[in-house]
Design a protein around this ligand. Structure first.
Ligand code: ZN
Length: 123
C-alpha cells in the first residue's frame, strides 16, 4: 500500500510503499522516523471498500453512516423506503396469511416457516 508520511519535526512529507503490518515500523526517516498521515480521502486507500458511487455527489459511498449522512444532506430517499400500492397489498396479504395460521391453531413451526418464506421473498 502507498502511505503518506510526515516528519513531526520539520514537516517534510513523502510517500512510501509499505506492507500494512510494517507501515509504522518501516516508516521512512527524516529527523527520526516519519509519521503516517492521511492526505487523501480514506477511500483512495481502500478502493475495495467502495460499494457504489452516489449518483448525486459522484463520491464513493463506503459505509452506512456515510450513506445516511449524504442522504440527509441532499434530502434523498431510499427506493426501498417508498411505500407503493403493491407493497401495501403484499403486507396485507401477509397479514391475512398470518392471521389464518394463527386462527387455524397450527403448530408454531408453521409460523416460523411462513416468516422465513417471506424473508426470502423480500430479498
Ligand atoms: Zn524532518
Amino acid at each position: 500500500m502507498l502511505y503518506d508520511y510526515k516528519c513531526p519535526q520539520c514537516g517534510k512529507q513523502t510517500e512510501a510503499i509499505n506492507k500494512i503490518a510494517d507501515r509504522h515500523t518501516n516508516a521512512p526517516e527524516c529527523h527520526g522516523k516519519m509519521q503516517l498521515f492521511i492526505s487523501r480521502a480514506p477511500y483512495a486507500y481502500m478502493p475495495m471498500e467502495i460499494r457504489y458511487v452516489c449518483p448525486v455527489t459522484r463520491t464513493g459511498i463506503t459505509n452506512k453512516r456515510q450513506r445516511l449522512n449524504v442522504m440527509a444532506k441532499y434530502d434523498l430517499v431510499d427506493a426501498n423506503d417508498i411505500v407503493t400500492d403493491k407493497s401495501i397489498d403484499r403486507q396485507l396479504k401477509r397479514k391475512e396469511e398470518l392471521d389464518n395460521i394463527v386462527a387455524s391453531n397450527r403448530p408454531p413451526e408453521e409460523l416460523t416457516k411462513q416468516v422465513n418464506k417471506w424473508a426470502e421473498s423480500s430479498l
